[in-house]
Design a protein around this ligand. Structure first.
Ligand code: SAH
Length: 451
């Protein structure tokens, strides 16, 4: 029997999909934080559960050649990144293996070929959206990131994966909060005002939006905040107060009040402009988004004659990328504000053969199909839970030649692939793209064709 605080020599033989090292003690699986497959470590058991135990490294007997010093000083405490102890090259190999494992085990696609992950040239400062929780520390208000599986705020001046302007805006808001004794939110008592600072940066345009998430629309001394941010933040185009007076983990509320500048900012991807608002979804790594979208359009194999469905289209980004090479594009999205933004984006980019429908893809697509509308190519980019089965059934009936599946979750991708594969569709190409360096997240584009 393994017990807490015991120390063992453990050979790390595998890696969980979250990036923990896996070894065995007395036949029981032990997950070792920060260990890499191939290493031999001395580790202390910190938790014992029914089927597995969790351990922490005390010392190394054999280190992996792929072990490297994390570039972030708070890496061990912060819940943001979890692969910084590996070389970047190794993280890409790890992510590719996660995709293969899922497609083989859940998807039943034994021996499937998965392309090497397309990584970033410089995997730093890649995020265009930062969400910093604000709270009370030992010496006054702090802002940073939550520790893993916790709401303890780890204070950080700088974060190596955020845009430098995001850090600057957060530090400036924090300075304002401290200097003016603005009450910060307390999750336990549900008292106080400022909950989060959210910053969005248009990488190509340089436009910056600073969002203060607050329990009330009234921010004391807000003029001081506006002038401080104007003075410090290059590219500042918008300051918004987002009101969230609900308890729980959802960061943004539904009400926005613009304190300064515009209600939205703009970014440019490739040759296209997109409107970014406080609530709308926009891919967080613009450099890799371009790679991802170009891959998706390449896999769509468009010649100019096709009708394309872009399902889960958000603000119409992929739709408008595909529109240049298609006869017609139909985007479907469940969030009304996103659909309105998609229509404005089409207009802004002078694209008039893209139409957008608001509703769940599993409701809208069967309805369009009943009305006689068909797609030659379907692109899907669902949230983590994957596609609804009703949607997959409709697609199988509609029988488009190609389906391009963009996925942020290999396990639901694999589940949906299994359904499609059993109904006459064959995966041709699987291309992972590293959208979230140093985290265990992996994005994939898959080309699926009808036999
Ligand atoms: N393709 C877009 C958005 C991808 S995120 C981009 O690259 O930016 C997934 C999107 O699916 C979100 O905008 C979300 O609001 C939307 N969504 C979630 N469930 C949906 C459903 N059942 N039907 C249609 N859209 C849905």
């Amino acid at each position: 029997m393994i017990a807490k605080n015991q120390v063992f020599e453990i050979e790390i033989t595998g890696q969980t999909h979250e990036g923990l090292g896996v070894g065995r003690v007395d036949g029981m699986a032990v997950f070792v934080q920060g260990a890499i497959a191939g290493e031999k470590v001395v580790a202390k058991i910190i938790k014992v559960l029914k089927n597995y135990a969790v351990a922490r490294i005390e010392s190394f007997i054999e280190k992996s050649p792929d072990r490297t010093e994390p570039f972030c000083p708070v890496y061990k405490r912060c819940g943001g990144c979890n692969l910084q102890h590996m070389t970047y090259e190794r993280t890409l190999q790890f992510k590719r293996q996660v995709v293969i494992d899922n497609l083989e085990r859940i998807g039943g696609l034994e021996g499937i070929h998965v392309e090497p992950v397309i990584g970033m040239e410089t995997p730093r400062r890649y995020r265009n959206k930062a969400q910093y929780p604000v709270g009370m520390g030992d010496n006054g208000p702090i802002a940073g990131f939550f520790a893993p599986r916790s709401h303890e705020i780890i204070q950080t001046e700088e974060c190596g994966i955020q845009h430098p302007t995001s850090d600057l805006a957060k530090n400036t808001v924090l300075e304002f909060i401290r200097a003016n004794r603005i009450p910060v939110y307390d999750e336990l008592t549900h008292k106080g005002l400022i909950r989060h600072v959210v910053v969005k940066v248009g990488f190509a345009t340089g436009e910056v939006m600073v969002i203060l998430v607050s329990t009330s629309s009234i921010i004391p001394k807000k003029d001081k905040l506006v002038s401080l941010l104007k003075e410090r933040i290059p590219g500042l185009a918008s300051i918004v107060v987002n009101v969230n007076d609900k308890t729980g983990n959802v960061i943004l509320g539904s009400k926005n009040i613009t304190l300064y500048g515009k209600d939205t900012i703009e970014d440019k991807l490739g040759d296209l402009f997109f409107e970014i608002s406080p609530l709308s979804f926009y891919q967080i790594n613009p450099e890799q988004t371009l790679v991802l979208y170009n891959k998706a359009v390449e896999y769509a194999g468009l010649t100019g004659k096709e009708t394309v469905f872009d399902l889960y289209c958000g603000i119409g980004t992929i739709s408008l990328f595909a529109a240049g090479k298609a006869k017609k594009v139909i985007g479907v999205e469940s969030v009304p504000e996103a659909v309105e933004a998609a229509r404005r984006n089409a207009e802004r980019n002078r694209i008039n053969h893209a139409e957008f429908y608001c509703g769940n893809a599993e409701d809208v697509v069967p309805e369009l199909y009943r009305q006689g509308m068909k797609a030659d190519v379907v692109i899907v980019d669902p949230p983590r839970k994957g596609c609804d089965e009703v949607l997959l059934k409709t697609l199988i009936e509609m029988a488009p030649q190609r389906i391009v599946y963009v996925s942020c979750n290999p396990s639901t991708l694999a589940r949906d692939m299994k359904v499609l594969h059993g109904s006459g569709y064959e995966p041709q190409k699987v291309q992972p793209v590293d959208m979230f360096p140093w985290t265990n997240h992996v994005e994939c584009v898959v080309l699926i064709t009808r036999l």
